[in-house]
Ligand binder design. Structure first.
Ligand SMILES: [Zn+2]
Ligand SMILES: [Zn+2]
Length: 154
């Protein structure tokens, strides 16, 4: 991928470091995509990220957005979230949390895991060792205004 704008100033954040630790370059596009994900933590799909990114930077391409999302996932700044067979969504909350899926509006909400993964009341067989945990809860949002997004039901 040709990153036309090249590397920009490091923001003094984790961001630049995490990218460079994984051998990835900090480009304006990657930074932009990351900002989009932080600005609205509603677990957007790649298409939604693209639309938001494009609103501010009309020259950005879908391929660049995909590439940036890939890079952010690889360096651990963003997580992929899969709901059934729907399009992959992206989550920029790297704290231990699980996801609540609203069956009415399609919203995905972060639910904090107070003790983190280690304290989760689950006993793994001795020969298994966990690296990551994916817990999902399904239900309905009580307050329709609390839903961050609405998607068409199939
Ligand atoms: Zn999340
Ligand atoms: Zn809902």
């Amino acid at each position: 991928m040709n990153d036309r704008h090249g590397a920009t100033e490091a923001e003094g954040s984790d961001f630049a470091k995490k990218l460079s630790d994984s051998g990835l370059r900090l480009t304006t596009q990657r930074k932009h995509v990351y900002h989009i994900l932080l600005a609205q933590m509603d677990h957007p799909t790649a298409d939604e990220v693209y639309l938001r990114a494009k609103a501010e930077k009309p020259e950005i391409s879908m391929a660049t957005v995909y590439n940036s999302l890939d890079a952010l996932v690889k360096c651990g700044l963003v997580k992929q979230v899969n709901v059934d067979r729907a399009a992959t969504r992206y989550c920029s909350n790297m704290e231990a949390h699980c996801h609540f899926y609203c069956e009415e509006c399609g919203g995905v909400h972060d639910i904090e895991l107070s003790g983190g993964i280690r304290d989760f009341p689950i006993r793994l067989p001795r020969d298994l060792s966990a690296r990551q945990m994916d817990v999902s809860i399904r239900g309905v949002c009580k307050d329709p205004k609390g839903c961050s997004r609405r998607i068409a039901k199939s």
